[in-house]
Design a protein around this ligand. Structure first.
Ligand SMILES: [Zn+2]
Length: 638
């Protein structure tokens, strides 16, 4: 029987993920509420949009069942596959909507019918451009789409739904191995994804050629096989071999999907050189090219990283898929190394860049995630609209959100030979095995609104109780915390980002972790010219922003600075969802003036004090539309 593992099931590495049933999120907590909203709103919306936007008709068109034209986006098959994957992960939950099973099964049936005898499956190249099949791997996304099909099939197999899907994916994967595997045509796909998918298929099946082919795709990078393209070879990370790369470069999603594949290959083949390359790129990206929200990608033109410290807030591209790809890659790095900085990066991206991409209704989405909107904002870019949209012509982001949220519980905790690790804090129930001991962890917390995490630890040793370690992540933003076990204070050493409590645990204990969560005024590295003289408000893992809607009438957001000498306090705002903690600071409103655009000196006026309310960045744009900013000038600036 296939183990019910979640996304990413390495056979080696520092930490082992739990299976999909290992954590149940409670819908009363924020993470559980997000997962519930995904089940009831986002996922059904994605399924409906596959019909409305035409992605499913692309498939029926192959069978002559519709004369509707193929969607303009030639890789729309991947929208179907990501939604299938999301549905599969959702079906792992006991309260899943049974109609999803019908969607998975009927779609798998349809895909099986349109698959060529040789295993090939791509609606665009089958109906529109058969003469170009396998001829334009730089832009064709054929291997990219295949990768998403494989990931959907792996998810379906792991949770035991969509019986036909794994067979369809394997036939296509076998064709890819025969054509591009060892001894085959040397080639790379312009959009990485096939690499990580093939490793996951290897993990599911044990069929070594899938792993060897993934490794070959990784090793063939940097030889110019992808061609120059519109944006140069760095755009698709073909400018330098993966092992030699030192900077995060090019299209953000392509970069992280490629490195996800590289880490997967490294873990399965025991290849420390690839892990070192991934660590180098992590340091470059997270040290110099990541927004405070965890989003990445400063450039709209090619959806790419900018130079180091090139992080303009209003021109942030920070594609939703880029943040999801970063989250997924950081998870692989965490599993491989056991180091907390990867979980920190996941948390920042999740609570800010990723969460902001979904409206509170679960049915509208941002593609780009800027950190500032001006009053007269007018985006010429379809992918950076003023407000969240129900769908996009390039609909990569919404189903990507759906598959992440459906499997969110899989990212909370892991085990190793020594114990249980908790990486993300959310109310729910963790069930795991540490050696021969069954361990339960009932977690109750108001995180991220409060820093207290209360855990009831239950153990059922098969033999005599033995010592094991409960490791709790202490986020990098937290400078002070307390820990008690059954009411008694405990001093736990923090190693690699985790407070570790080792003991022979009794049948039941109560562990309380209190993370101090004072509001913070964050400044950026002085090289980030775009926000020099500004601060961002943050509390716990959340970045905050100020919206025009919370300012007194007649005071434009552009004229407000933060009084950095005044206190910042947690507060509530009436029109935000229940439980949301806002921050109240003191603003200083500049007198209205129309100074010249340029001048030799500019006065720092004291300004009029106004109450300044900041709301979690992820909630921006959900009430009235208007200006918003994360980075706010201080009282020291003109
Ligand atoms: Zn996207």
């Amino acid at each position: 029987m296939t183990p019910r593992t979640g996304p990413v099931a390495p056979t080696d590495g520092a930490l082992r993920p739990l299976d999909v049933d290992g954590v149940r999120l409670n819908a009363g907590g924020l993470l559980g509420a997000w997962q519930r909203r995904n089940a009831t709103a986002t996922l059904p919306h994605c399924v409906a949009q596959l019909e409305e936007a035409g992605a499913l008709d692309n498939v029926r068109r192959v069978l002559g069942l519709t004369d509707r034209e193929h969607t303009p986006m030639w890789f729309a098959d991947s929208d179907i596959y990501k939604t299938l994957e999301a549905a599969a992960w959702e079906l792992a939950h006991p309260d899943a909507d049974p109609r999803l099973r019908e969607f998975v099964e009927s779609t798998a049936e349809l895909l099986a019918k349109v698959q060529d005898d040789d295993g090939y499956l791509n609606t665009y190249f089958t109906t529109e451009k058969p003469e170009l099949r396998w001829r334009e791997l730089d832009w064709s996304h054929e291997l990219y789409c295949a990768g998403h099909l494989i990931q959907a099939a792996v998810a379906a197999a792991r949770v035991g739904v969509g019986e036909r899907l794994p067979g369809v994916a394997r036939r296509f994967a076998d064709l890819i191995v025969a054509r591009y595997g060892p001894g085959g045509v040397p080639a790379v796909c312009g959009h990485a994804q096939i690499e990580t998918a093939l490793v996951e298929l290897y993990r599911l099946t044990g069929h070594r050629p899938y792993l060897d082919t993934a490794r070959r795709f990784i090793d063939l990078r940097g030889q110019g096989l992808g061609g120059h393209g519109r944006f140069g070879p760095a755009y698709w990370q073909d400018h330098v071999p993966v092992r030699e790369a030192s900077t995060a470069t090019g299209h953000v999603v392509r970069q992280w999907y490629l490195l996800a594949g590289a880490v997967d290959v490294a873990v399965e083949t025991g290849d420390p050189e690839l892990i070192s390359a991934a660590e180098r790129l992590w340091e470059d990206a997270h040290g110099t090219k990541t927004y405070i929200t965890g989003g990445q990608g400063a450039r709209h033109r090619d959806e790419a990283f900018g130079n180091a410290y090139e992080l303009p807030p209003e021109r942030a591209y920070a594609e939703t898929c880029g943040a999801i790809a970063s989250f997924q890659w950081n998870w692989r790095m965490l599993l491989a190394t056991g180091t907390g900085r990867y979980a920190d990066a996941m948390e920042t991206a999740l609570y800010n860049a990723i969460a902001a991409a979904i409206a509170t209704d679960g049915r509208h989405f941002f593609y780009a995630n800027p950190l500032q909107r001006r009053a007269d904002h007018d985006s010429a870019n379809d992918h950076a609209p003023d407000r969240r949209q129900p769908w996009y012509s390039c609909a990569c982001c919404p189903p990507n959100l759906a598959r992440l949220m459906a499997s969110l519980q899989s990212y909370l905790a892991t085990t190793d030979a020594d114990g249980l690790q908790v990486h993300l804090y959310g109310s729910g129930m963790v069930s795991a095995r540490v050696g021969d001991t069954a361990v339960g962890l009932a977690v109750v917390t108001g995180y991220p609104w409060q820093g207290q995490v209360r855990m009831t630890v239950t153990t059922q040793p098969a033999q005599a109780p033995r010592e094991w370690t409960l490791a709790l992540r202490i986020p990098a933003w937290c400078t002070s915390f307390t820990l008690t076990v059954d009411g008694a204070p405990v001093t736990a050493p923090v190693r690699a980002g985790y407070a570790r409590i080792s003991r022979a645990w009794p049948t039941t204990s109560t562990v309380v972790l209190d993370l101090d969560m004072p509001p913070r005024l964050v400044t950026a590295h002085p090289y980030v010219d775009a926000v020099r003289g500004c601060v961002a408000l943050a509390r716990g893992p959340l970045v905050y922003c100020v919206e025009q809607a919370d300012l007194p009438a007649g005071i434009p957001l552009a004229d407000v600075r933060v009084d950095t000498s005044a206190a910042v306090r947690p507060s509530t705002v009436g029109d935000l969802p229940d439980g949301v903690v806002a921050l109240t600071a003191t603003g200083l409103a500049r007198p209205p003036s129309t100074p010249p655009l340029y001048g030799e000196s500019r006065e720092v006026s004291p300004g009029r004090p106004v109450a300044l309310t900041a709301i979690p960045y992820f909630l921006w744009g959900n009430r009235v539309e208007g200006p918003m900013r994360v980075w706010i000038p201080t009282d020291a600036t003109p």
